[in-house]
Design a protein around this ligand. Structure first.
Ligand code: FAD
Ligand code: UDP
Length: 376
């Protein structure tokens, strides 16, 4: 029987789109389907008032991998955006990530790196004594050992509990190790060599990846192709949730989801920065994103008299919502391992991406993974 496609790709996010690009370059045919009404997965942007609005949350591309950086720039040039979020705690403003600017704002008597190190050393020693010199067992212990109680209290504890809906003592330590700590005046949120936003927004990148590829939106794999895909394609690339693929037979994985309240403001510059985190419980959202600042800099901000902002609310996932972040606690990691074992036995199916691997991937590692895959 002659099949129509070498690959049926479920999901048009960065994993599916990069896979489709690579397949096309290798002379393979593919069909990409997505249940959403648009392509691009979570990097999709919606144009409002001439501004690219990150519909599924702020996305900043960053990597130290030159191959990945050259690859994406060969498709679309990237701008010079550097993520420098600011934290608002009960009206007090602090630069992020934790660096000399933060330390000077936190402690009036800190002016030099030596002052800051002494202050943090004192608080780290106190934290280490509290856990008897043992390894940190959870996010709270890890954060106290990294930055001490003042920063933990004002900038980490309540924000993290809002974001994850769990006490910091119930969360894994690795989540907080993502954040840099520096004794220099440097507000760049990432340590990576390369960073930016595609000029023209992420849709430009997705459109380039998908050029010449057959696609269908509003098309749910489980309704349309689950039982019949082998009739049309040699292989399946599945980027949806792994538990759903197996009909939740071992139980449901937990996810965090994010909802957005987006509105237009009649001012050219609402908050002066793309990202402001609200780190106290008092404010119900975790952060406000002002989208124009991802792509417009300096005086150009004032050329558009309006702006678009989104308040981000983090909540527990319930069936019917969008899955955003995997919850990497013990129960979920063990369950995901069981699903991965089932996946390893599926013939001619590649499971890839954040949902199908149940891993907290950034964009660049997703692209790197696909670039390193060997197509058969
Ligand atoms: P997705 O983009 O989720 O794509 C999966 C696609 O599969 C979706 O379009 C979905 O509709 C489709 N699908 C699922 N099930 C089916 C089905 N049954 N039938 C058809 N289609 C289906 N990374 C960074 O590098 N920098 C950042 O600043 C950053 N910020 C983020 C902020 C938030 C709020 C979130 C949640 C993630 C962020 N990320 C960031 C991570 C980034 O979004 C991911 O690494 C990347 O988008 C994952 O791509 P993917 O293709 O695996 O998944
Ligand atoms: N975090 C925090 N305060 C902040 C920003 C982040 O405590 O102002 C913590 C929080 O636990 C979060 C983790 O650091 O889950 C990683 O933050 P990052 O911004 O990398 O998360 P993202 O939103 O990109 O997933």
């Amino acid at each position: 029987m002659i099949k129509n496609y070498n690959y049926l790709i479920v999901g048009s996010g960065l994993f599916g789109a990069t896979f489709a690009y690579k397949a096309k370059q290798s002379g393979k045919s593919c069909l990409v389907i997505d249940k959403r009404p648009h392509l691009g997965g979570n990097v999709f942007c919606e144009q409002i008032e001439g501004i690219n609005v990150h519909k599924y949350g702020a996305h900043i591309f960053h990597t130290s991998n030159k191959e990945v950086w050259n690859f994406v720039n060969s498709l679309v040039p990237f701008n010079r955006y550097t993520n420098c979020p600011v934290a608002n705690y009960h009206g007090e403003l602090y630069n992020l990530p934790f660096n000399m600017n933060t330390f000077c704002q936190m402690w009036q008597d800190v002016k030099t790196p030596a002052d800051a190190m002494a202050k943090i050393h004192e608080q780290r020693t106190e934290a280490a004594a509290k856990i008897g010199g043992l390894e940190p067992r959870n996010l709270e212990e890890q954060a106290l050992l990294l930055v001490g109680r003042d920063i933990y209290t004002k900038l980490i504890k309540e924000y993290t509990e809002k974001q994850w809906g769990r006490d910091c003592k119930e969360l894994p330590a690795f989540i907080i190790r993502r954040l840099p700590l520096r004794f220099v005046f440097d507000n760049n949120y990432f340590n990576d060599l390369y960073q930016g936003i595609p000029i023209g927004g992420y849709n430009a990148l997705i459109n380039k990846l998908m050029e010449g590829v057959e696609t269908k939106t509003n098309c749910d794999f489980f309704q349309k192709y689950k039982d019949s895909w082998r009739e049309i394609a040699d292989q399946l690339v599945y980027t949806g949730p792994i538990d759903e693929y197996f009909n939740f037979q071992l139980g449901r994985l937990d996810w965090r989801t994010v909802t957005f309240k987006t509105r237009i403001e009649n001012t050219p510059n609402y908050q002066g920065n793309a990202v402001i985190n609200y780190t106290s419980h008092e404010v119900p959202y975790t952060r406000i994103i002002e989208h124009k600042h991802f792509e417009t800099f300096g005086q150009a901000v004032y050329e558009n008299p309006k702006t678009v902002i989104s308040e981000e609310f983090s909540t527990e996932y319930k069936p019917g919502m969008e899955q955003f972040y995997p919850v990497n606690d013990e129960r979920n990691n063990a369950l995901a391992d069981q699903y991965r074992a089932l996946a390893a036995n599926e013939q001619n199916v590649i499971f890839g991406g954040r949902l199908a691997e149940y891993r907290y991937y950034d964009m660049a590692p997703i692209i790197e993974k696909v670039l390193n895959l060997e197509l058969q």
